[in-house]
Design a protein around this ligand. Structure first.
Ligand code: NOJ
Length: 746
C-alpha cells in the first residue's frame, strides 16, 4: 500500500538526514519517535499537500451549515483535503480512507471527525442533563462508551466536549455544556476528555476530543446564538477559560474556535486567544480547528474585507485547520506566494495535524477504526445500554415533592400517563444526537409499562401537542385522569428547541401544555409532572402548584426506564441543578456566584437592588435537587482557624446524615466567600463537592481540603493570587447552604 511505500521512502530520506545529523538524531530519536516520523512525512510534501492537510470538509451525510463544496471525493483524491467530518460507519469511512491511502500521491490517511456529543448510537442524557448527576465517573464512562462505539464506526475525532460556561437559558446551546459554574465545568471537562481519549490514542476504542467553542461563546449577548460577546478579560479568565484550561491539562488534542467576537476580534482571528493564551501560556501542542465557516464569517463581522484576508488573519492568529470554509483551500497558496503567510507557519500547523494522525496510529493502520464486525458488536452493546440507564437516572432532578407524592406505588391499579412527551421517542435523544436512532429509545410510557407489568392498567393520551393552541385533546386526558389513581404528565420542549441555532426569548412551557397540567392538577388527583427540556424553563406555576415535579432533560436511549426507576422508587433521585432556574426570563442573567451590590435588597427600602414585580431569588438555585430522603448537615469545622500559603491543606469536615426513609445519594457541596478583596468577589463560589451514598439512618463525616491555590483570583493588577483575609465557608445541599464557618488566610 502507498502509505507503506512512503514510510519506506521516508525512512531512506530520514536515514540520510540522520547520518548527516547523527548527533542530533541520536538524541531525539528514542524520545520523540513521532516527531521524527512527522519530519519524514513533511519532507515529502509540497506546499499544496500541506494545505490539503489543513482543510476539513463535510461529507454529504449531514450538515450543520451551508455546504460550500460538492465533490469532496475528488478533493480527497487530489490530496486537497486531510480531514472529513459528518461521514461515519465503518464501511463508508473505509471507502473514503481507501481513496486517500490508495489513490493519492502520498497516501496520507484522512482524519474523520463527527459530533459525538452525548453518545454515538447509544445516546446518553444531553450534556447539561448529565452534568446534573455531578457524577464525574459516570460522565467519564459515558464519554468512554461514546468513543468505543464511534471508534468502531470509522471515527477518530469527536467535536466534544463543549466546555462553554453558559448562564443564559435563552441560549439553546446551554444544553450542550455543563451549566453555569466554572469549577464544576472544569471538573466535567476533564472527565469527558479522559473518557473520549482514554489512555492510549492509538487504541481502536479511543477518539481525540475537541474542547469547544474557544472562547466565551456562552456569553452571547441576549442569549441569541452566534451573537457578539462583550466581557472583560477578568471575566474571561476567571469564568470562561478555566474549563478550557482544564481540558488542555487533561490532554485534549484539539480545540475549536468559537463563532463570536471577543474584544472586538472574532475568535478565529484572535491571536490573543489562539497563540498568546493557548500556546504560549498553556503550552497546547495539539491542533486548532475553526467552527463551521467561521473564517469566512469574519467578513460579516467586518474585520476583513474578503475570504482571502480572512484566511491570512486566521492562520497568523493560530488556526491550523479550516472547517468547511475552503479559505485555506482557496487562498493559502497565493498567500504564501505573496509572502503574506510564511511557510514556517504552514509547517507548524501541518506538523500539529500529522502528529495527531500518528498518535492515532493512522499511519500504522489507516483502517484501524473501520471494522464492520467490531462496529456491529459495539454499537448498542448491552453494557452500554445499562450504563445509559444508570447515568440517565442519576441526571434526574426532583424539584418538588409535596406530601410525598413520589415515589408512586407499584401496587397502583390504574395510572394515566399523558402529555405530548409521554409516548414520544423522537425528542428523548435531544439535540446533537448525531447518529443516534430515536426508534431505539424507550419512551416514558413504555418504561412505565415495562416496570408495572400487565397487571396494572396504564392509560394514555397526549392531551395536546408540544406547540400550538389546540386544546381539544384535554377532554380525553381529563376523562382518563378521572379514572386513574394517579397521573403522570410529560411536558416540555421538542429536542430542536435547544442546541445550535435554537435560542428562545420566551422560556416558558410552549403551547397549551401548562394549561393541560393545570386542568389535571385541578382534578385533585396526585399529579407528577415530568419535564423534558434542554434548558432551564421559567415555570413558576408548576414550581408552586405541581404535587411533584421531576426535571428529566432529554435522557437518551434509556430515558423511559430511567424515569420509571425514579417514579416507582427503584432509584432515589440524586441529581442537582447545574444551572439556575429563573422565575421569569426578565431575571436573566441570574446565576449563583454573582457579585454583591452596594445596596443589597431590603424590602423596606425602595432604593435597594430589586425588581418591582419579581423577587431577586431564582425559582430553583444552582445545586438544588431533592431526594426521597432528608439529609441533615451538621458539625462544619476546619482543622485550623488560620492557614497560610505554605501550610498543608486546610481540612474542612462536616457530618451528613440520611434521616430517611430511603437509602440514597447526596451531592455535598462546599462554597467559599472571600469577604474582602482588592477587587470585589462573588457572593459564593463552589470549591468542592462529593457525591456520597448513605443508607437510611446512616451518617458520614466528610473531609474537603482547601489550599491557598483554591482561593486565587485575578487581583486588581490582574495577577493570579490569593489575598490574605477572612473566608466564609458553607457546606450543604445547594448554593444556598446555610451551614457556615470561617477561616483566615494569612
Ligand atoms: C457547528 C457547531 O457550532 C459545532 O459545535 C459543531 O461541532 C460543528 N458545526 C460541526 O458540526
Amino acid at each position: 500500500m502507498k502509505y507503506l511505500q512512503f514510510i519506506g521512502l521516508a525512512s531512506v530520506v530520514f536515514l540520510i538526514h540522520a547520518f548527516k545529523l547523527e548527533d542530533t538524531f541520536q538524541k531525539t530519536a528514542p524520545a520523540k519517535p513521532i516527531e521524527e516520523r512527522v519530519d519524514s512525512v513533511m519532507k515529502l510534501m509540497t506546499i499544496e499537500d500541506k494545505i490539503g492537510q489543513m482543510t476539513l470538509f463535510t461529507s454529504d451525510w449531514a450538515v450543520t451549515g451551508p455546504t460550500l463544496r460538492e465533490g469532496y471525493r475528488d478533493d480527497i483524491k487530489a490530496g486537497k483535503v486531510g480531514a472529513i467530518f459528518n461521514a461515519h460507519t465503518a464501511a463508508y469511512n473505509r471507502e473514503l480512507q481507501r481513496i486517500a491511502v490508495e489513490e493519492t500521491r502520498l497516501g496520507i490517511p484522512l482524519l474523520f471527525g463527527y459530533d459525538v456529543i452525548h453518545g454515538y448510537k447509544t445516546i446518553f442524557p444531553v450534556p447539561l442533563g448529565e452534568s446534573a448527576s455531578w457524577d464525574l465517573e459516570a460522565m467519564e464512562k459515558s464519554a468512554r462508551i461514546a468513543a468505543i462505539e464511534a471508534a468502531a464506526a470509522g471515527l477518530h475525532w469527536t467535536f466534544a466536549p463543549m466546555v462553554d460556561i453558559a448562564r443564559d437559558p435563552r441560549w439553546g446551546r446551554i444544553c450542550e455544556g455543563a451549566g453555569e459554574d466554572t469549577y464544576l465545568g472544569a471538573r466535567i471537562a476533564e472527565a469527558r476528555v479522559k473518557g473520549f481519549q482514554g489512555d492510549d490514542l492509538s487504541k481502536d476504542n479511543t477518539l481525540i476530543a475537541c474542547a469547544k467553542h474557544y472562547a466565551a461563546y456562552g456569553a452571547a449577548q441576549a442569549g441569541r446564538d452566534y451573537h457578539s460577546v462583550d466581557i472583560s478579560e477578568r471575566v474571561l479568565r476567571e469564568t470562561y477559560l478555566p474549563p478550557f484550561m482544564a481540558a488542555q491539562k487533561a490532554g485534549v488534542r484539539t480545540f475549536m474556535t468559537s463563532f463570536n467576537e471577543l474584544f472586538g476580534v472574532p475568535a478565529s482571528g484572535s491571536r490573543f486567544l489562539l497563540t498568546d493564551v493557548l500556546r504560549d501560556e498553556w503550552g497546547f501542542d495539539g491542533f486548532v480547528v475553526t467552527d463551521y465557516t467561521s473564517i469566512n464569517e469574519m467578513v460579516y463581522h467586518g474585520i476583513v474585507a474578503n475570504d482571502k484576508d480572512a484566511a491570512e488573519l486566521s492562520l497568523n492568529a493560530g488556526v491550523d485547520m479550516d472547517m468547511q470554509g475552503a479559505t485555506y483551500y482557496n487562498y493559502l497558496l497565493q498567500l504564501v506566494r505573496e509572502g503574506r503567510i510564511s511557510v514556517t507557519r504552514v509547517n507548524e500547523s501541518v506538523r500539529r495535524i500529522l502528529r495527531i494522525k500518528f498518535e492515532l496510529g493512522l499511519f500504522d493502520d489507516p483502517y484501524r477504526y473501520s471494522d464492520t464486525e467490531r462496529e456491529k458488536a459495539r454499537v448498542f452493546a448491552p453494557e452500554h445500554l445499562e450504563a445509559a440507564r444508570d447515568i440517565a437516572r442519576k441526571s434526574i432532578v426532583l424539584l418538588r415533592n409535596e406530601k410525598n407524592t413520589l415515589p408512586l406505588s407499584k401496587q397502583i391499579r390504574t395510572l394515566a400517563v399523558v402529555g405530548p412527551l409521554a409516548a414520544n421517542q423522537r425528542e428523548l435523544i435531544g439535540s446533537w444526537s448525531g447518529a443516534g436512532d430515536y426508534k431505539q429509545s424507550v419512551s416514558l410510557l413504555d418504561g412505565i409499562k415495562t416496570k408495572l407489568g400487565a397487571g396494572v392498567k396504564v392509560l394514555h393520551t397526549e392531551g395536546c401537542a408540544i406547540t400550538g393552541q389546540d386544546k381539544t385533546g384535554f377532554k380525553n386526558a381529563l376523562a382518563l385522569a378521572k379514572t386513574a389513581e394517579a397521573i403522570v404528565v410529560a411536558v416540555g420542549e421538542s429536542a430542536d428547541m435547544s442546541g445550535e441555532a435554537a435560542s428562545r426569548s420566551d422560556i416558558t412551557l410552549p403551547g397549551v401544555q401548562e394549561e393541560l397540567v393545570k386542568a389535571l392538577v385541578a382534578t385533585g388527583k396526585p399529579v407528577v409532572v415530568v419535564l423534558m427540556n434542554g434548558r432551564p424553563l421559567a415555570i413558576p406555576w408548576l414550581a408552586e402548584n405541581a404535587p411533584a415535579l421531576l426535571e428529566t432533560w432529554f435522557l437518551g436511549t434509556q430515558a423511559g426506564h430511567a424515569i420509571a426507576d425514579v417514579l416507582f422508587g427503584d432509584y432515589n433521585p440524586s441529581g442537582k441543578l447545574t444551572v439556575t432556574f429563573p422565575r421569569n426570563v426578565g431575571q436573566v442573567p441570574i446565576f449563583y456566584n454573582a457579585k454583591n451590590t452596594g445596596r443589597p435588597m431590603d424590602p423596606q427600602n425602595k432604593y435597594t437592588s430589586k425588581y418591582l414585580d419579581v423577587p431577586n431569588t431564582p425559582q430553583f438555585p444552582f445545586g438544588f435537587g431533592l431526594s426521597y430522603s432528608k439529609f441533615e448537615y451538621a458539625n462544619l469545622k476546619t482543622d485550623r482557624s488560620v492557614f497560610n500559603t505554605d501550610s498543608s491543606p486546610l481540612k474542612v469536615t462536616c457530618t451528613v446524615r440520611n434521616l430517611g426513609p430511603y437509602d440514597g445519594e447526596e451531592v455535598v457541596q462546599l462554597y467559599v466567600k472571600d469577604r474582602v478583596g482588592s477587587v470585589t468577589r462573588p457572593v459564593r463560589e463552589l470549591k468542592g463537592f462529593q457525591k456520597i451514598f448513605l443508607k437510611n439512618g446512616e451518617s458520614k463525616t466528610l473531609t474537603f481540603t482547601l489550599t491557598a491555590d483554591d482561593l486565587k483570583f485575578y487581583n486588581r493588577d490582574m495577577i493570579w493570587t490569593a489575598e490574605p483575609g477572612m473566608f466564609d465557608l458553607y457546606v450543604g445541599a445547594d448554593s444556598n447552604a446555610p451551614l457556615t464557618t470561617s477561616v483566615e488566610l494569612r
